[in-house]
Design a protein around this ligand. Structure first.
Ligand code: CFM
Ligand code: HCA
Length: 541
């Protein structure tokens, strides 16, 4: 970080926490670190800990992580929210997860919002009867092959047993019905909901259909949710390379693809945070190895394709991949160099979720922009520090009801995709299996890394750095823009996208160019520029 242009990070950190009561400041200080990218001197960061009550956080709830994030993008599982109508409504497509049924007659329930619309009576007398009726009604009208039931906060508080209802209805209707104990309050964030979703998918769906595929190179794409059409771009890219995509978890996906996903040779993971549990369980039970990929950014996309091809060690595949990369890179370069000349040296901040605050930094780097601060809402230390960190027991106590499934190898279906010797050889060539690459090693020295940033801290950061663009979500968007700084939503992409793959990179460069080089922001005055600060006086006892 250029000291002449940017404030001293230690002073910025001090400024961010100085107004907090000392107990809160002590907590926040662990979650705000000044980066050192080398593994030996990389600081530890506090992550996956409960937000201090009273602080305005960007985080969402466990139900959102389970129902909205992991299961939401699957078109033909009929998802019923057991709870007040707001929970179902909020998680209904605000995430812009798209789907495209191959045939017009294929089922797509994503255009519907199913909920038991829980009322006071149900809270007092219990809601299981209503839930059973809802499952029956949904079955009678739609005849789905599977129904998922999702618990919201009141379900846990009153003790409705969604799993008993699911078992009973599965028996009665003869279709797959499964429940999720993903009450919103259960963990410290969405992250607990990912875990619950992973467990139930593994227990109830994955492995239900053994039909083999004739193709030579078969992969699953894990942690790709087709926001703004990203998965469509990647499906096309893989097809052109001659790589068979068995299942995507869970963008543009179907129940049948999940059921059959254990027939793939390799799991390629985009968002590790939300789906690593499935990857690990599939490796344990079926012997499918996993690798990390990142299709955000042109360079990263090329690297990821090469990594997949390297795993299969097939000359023809490698050649095809190189061909596709060359074709795509030519198109990217045409746009990139011009945009780079206008964006070079400008600054960005990214505060999102559990993987994008890391992955999208590549796109900014590609157009010469500098990331001065970044952080996740709910990622774990692994995702920051890039090393496997054992769960912090104190933290886990907050979400102690989340089951860590014990998975045994399935002797009939376990097939080592590569022998131990072959794996070893790949490793010696620098090929990484199961790596925990994190955000901090790729960020500049002395940049700020902030976990679960508070609204107050965001405002302070913007005041101090005045970044050219601030990336976050809908809750922050307009507060940021009122300060005269454009906010790009990296969750929903605002109305844009796709941003994945080469095509997506071009779209993103253009969007950022448009935002950071627009003159409009200069006409907006932030409140502190217009009016002198009015210090509030409080009544003191
Ligand atoms: Fe993974 Fe996601 Fe993200 Fe995530 Fe999310 Fe999302 Fe996100 Mo919003 S699964 S962690 S829980 S990449 S919904 S598609 S954008 S916070 S960074
Ligand atoms: C969620 C979904 C969310 C919210 C985005 C936002 C998404 O966590 O419930 O705050 O703008 O990507 O839609 O992360």
């Amino acid at each position: 970080i250029d000291k002449a242009r940017f404030p001293v990070p230690a002073e910025v950190k001090e400024e961010l926490i100085k107004k907090y009561p000392s107990k809160v400041a002590r907590k926040r200080t662990k979650q705000i670190v000044i980066n050192h990218p080398d593994p030996e001197s990389m600081p530890e960061i506090g992550a996956n800990v409960r937000t201090v009550p009273g602080i305005i956080t960007q985080r969402g709830c466990t139900y959102a992580g389970c129902k909205g994030v992991v299961l939401g993008p699957t078109r033909d599982i009929l998802n019923i929210t057991h709870g007040p109508i707001g929970c179902g409504f909020y998680s209904w497509l605000t995430r812009r997860n798209q789907t495209r049924p191959p045939e017009e007659t294929d089922e797509n329930f994503m255009t519907y919002c199913f909920s038991t619309d829980m009322q006071e009576d149900d809270i007092v007398f219990g809601g299981e009867k209503k839930l059973k009726q809802a499952v029956q009604e949904a079955f009678d009208i739609f005849h789905p092959k599977a129904i998922g039931i999702f618990s919201t906060c009141p379900v846990g508080l009153i003790g409705d047993d969604v799993h008993a209802v699911a078992r009973e209805m599965k028996e009665k209707l003869g279709i797959n019905v499964f429940g999720f104990s993903c009450e919103g309050y259960k963990g410290v964030s969405q992250s607990a909901g990912h875990h619950i979703a992973n467990n139930q998918l593994f227990k109830h769906v994955i492995g239900n259909d053994d039909t083999p595929h004739p193709e030579k190179f078969k992969i699953n794409l894990l942690g790709e949710y087709n926001i703004g059409g990203d998965a469509f771009v990647l499906e096309d890219l893989l097809e052109r390379c001659g790589i068979k995509l068995v299942a995507t978890f869970s963008g543009n996906s179907s129940y049948d693809a999940f059921a059959n996903s254990h027939t793939a040779d390799l799991n390629a993971i985009m968002c590790h945070r939300s789906i690593n549990y499935v990857a690990e369980m599939m490796e344990e039970k079926y012997g499918i190895p996993w690798i990390k990929v990142n299709f955000i950014g042109a360079e990263s996309s090329a690297k990821s394709l090469r990594k997949i091809a390297a795993y299969f060690e097939d000359a023809e595949l490698m050649e095809r991949v190189e061909q596709v990369i060359a074709e795509e890179m030519a198109k990217v370069e045409e746009v990139r160099s011009e945009i780079r000349s206008r964006c070079e040296g400008k600054t960005a901040m990214l505060f999102v979720g559990g993987s994008r605050a890391h992955h999208y930094q590549d796109l900014f780097r590609e157009i010469g922009m500098k990331v001065v601060a970044a952080g996740y809402e709910f990622a774990h230390r692994d995702d920051y520090e890039g090393r496997r960190v054992l769960p912090n027991i104190k933290v886990d106590a907050d979400s102690r009801n989340i089951e860590q499934l014990t998975v045994e190898p399935d002797p009939e279906r376990y097939r080592p995709r590569k022998t131990e010797a072959e794996r070893q050889r790949l490793k010696e060539q620098g090929f990484e299996f199961s790596d925990y690459e994190g955000m901090m090693s790729e960020m500049e020295r002395e940049s700020l890394v902030i976990d679960d940033i508070s609204h107050y801290e965001s405002e302070k950061l913007i005041e101090i750095y005045k970044p050219a663009v601030f990336c976050a979500g809908i809750k922050e968007k307009y507060a940021v823009q009122k300060m005269g700084v454009p906010c790009k939503q990296l969750h929903s992409y605002d109305y844009g996208g796709p941003y994945a793959g080469f095509e997506g990179a071009i779209n993103f460069y253009k969007e950022i160019d448009r935002l950071v080089n627009s003159k409009i922001w200069g006409y907006i005055q932030a409140p502190w520029q217009k009016n002198p600060e009015i210090t509030a006086t409080y009544a003191v006892k």
